[in-house]
Design a protein around this ligand. Structure first.
Ligand SMILES: [Zn+2]
Length: 182
């Protein structure tokens, strides 16, 4: 690849090491022209098969954008979204599979999102798991309460069951999950 400093068309590898989790290789390179050093990361190309059957490269940005929609109005920072994106990517890469479905990606999002914000989790899950009735929300909330134990009846869970799931006029606002937009 081109030197990122002087655009020289070639570079020399001076060091290669596999990352701890074994899913990528970092190479230290040196430009033979300007002698500056830079690092490249080699990972397995990860493809996502969409519902339409179209295949596209996995995109952490798409994951983050999908989750960001579910987090509208919630106290979730961009940093937290970036961390979630990284966790999701690490999780799907750790499967060792070179090809995933949008369903696999959604599944990998649910766990970290549940830890991040319960309301956003319910919004996302409502689309991902195709909730089509209030009973579906109630069942999901009951599941969350059970998973969180007796202390679970807090602000997040209440907000999830009442106000925050409804938009103006009582409609349920649904975000588009990552990779499901088209
Ligand atoms: Zn150079």
């Amino acid at each position: 690849m081109h030197c990122p400093f002087c655009r020289h068309p070639d570079s020399r590898v001076v060091d290669s090491r596999t990352t701890d989790d074994g899913t990528s290789i970092r190479r230290r390179r040196q430009c033979p022209d300007c002698s500056r050093r830079f690092t490249t990361v080699e990972t397995c190309s990860l493809m996502v098969v969409k519902r339409s059957g179209v295949t596209e490269p996995f995109s952490r940005t798409k994951v983050i954008n999908g989750v960001r929609k579910a987090c509208q109005g919630r106290p979730v920072t961009e940093d937290a979204l970036a961390q979630l994106g990284q966790r999701v990517e690490e999780a799907v890469r750790a499967t060792g599979s070179a090809e995933l479905t949008t369903h696999d990606v959604g599944l990998a999002i649910l766990g970290p999102l549940q830890e991040l914000d319960l309301v956003a989790f319910l919004r996302f899950a409502s689309v991902y798991r195709a909730f089509d009735s209030l009973e579906d929300f109630e069942a999901a909330i009951a599941e969350l309460r059970q998973a969180r134990g007796p202390a679970a009846d807090d602000e997040d869970a209440r907000a999830g069951s009442q106000e925050d799931q409804r938009g103006p006029g009582g409609t349920i606002e649904v975000p588009v999950p990552a990779h499901a937009a088209d």
